[in-house]
Design a binder for this molecule. Structure first.
Ligand code: B4P
Length: 191
């Protein structure tokens, strides 16, 4: 199973991807988590990413693409993977296509979580109380929503044209949304 999780910041990508990856027994690859880990460890990659993340901007494509290319070359992705938060730009979509072609792999589905913007902001402000993330404050949260609308939302069309989008309502409690995702993948004959 090779899946992408897409949706605006706060839609529940990370939350749901973690659950589904455990259920399916395939790795969750969250570009945000990998960046945060590198920032915490103060690696070169972390230093390259930090100022973009703190400002709510995307990390440059060259940096992000190389990181994903290296991760998808690892052995544990052979039976499948769940990409969470990648691709987010046109360039990343093209690079992912190239990487998968080189590996002779194809995506099975793109799970798109939709949630209205005020709920997104409320969720992220709630997370801000405990996360310690520099990008969880109201101004940056609002900016991240704008960046998503401008750069990532249009990419959905590309995957819609390929007929692999599975849209799921992300409102409701975490268990409810998880059930919806599994049901929607089954209905689309993707599980
Ligand atoms: P991410 O780590 O992907 O952060 P995010 O978009 O905010 O989503 P996240 O997965 O954390 O939140 P979720 O919706 O699960 O990216 C952070 C930064 O990294 C980006 O701004 C960028 O700088 C950089 N980056 C990452 N990928 C990149 C890429 N491909 N290219 C360039 N730069 C990149 O959950 C949010 C909150 O909602 C949580 O607190 C959760 O508990 C809560 N929640 C989830 N489901 C809920 C539900 N059903 N009900 C109530 N609350 C819920």
């Amino acid at each position: 199973m090779r899946l992408l999780f897409m949706g605006p910041p706060g839609a529940g990508k990370g939350t749901q991807a973690m659950r589904l990856s455990a259920e399916l027994g395939v790795p969750q690859i969250s570009t945000g988590d990998i960046f945060r880990h590198n920032v915490a460890e103060q690696t070169e990659l972390g230093q390259a990413a930090q100022r973009f993340m703190d400002a709510g901007e995307y990390v440059p494509d060259e940096v992000t693409n190389e990181m994903v290319r290296a991760r998808l070359a690892e052995e544990d992705t052979r039976q499948g993977f769940l990409l969470d938060g990648y691709p987010r730009t046109v360039d990343q979509v093209q690079t992912l296509d190239e990487i998968l072609a080189e590996l002779d792999q194809e995506l099975d589905a793109v799970v798109v979580l939709s949630v209205d913007s005020e709920e997104l902001i409320a969720r992220l402000l709630k997370r801000a109380e405990t996360s310690g993330r520099n990008d969880d404050n109201e101004d940056v949260i609002r900016h991240r929503q704008e960046v998503f609308k401008a750069q990532t939302a249009p990419l959905l069309q590309t995957y819609e044209q390929r007929g692999i989008v599975v849209e799921v309502d992300g409102l409701g409690d975490v268990d409810e949304v998880a059930e919806r995702i599994v049901g929607a993948l089954a209905a689309a004959d993707k599980s």
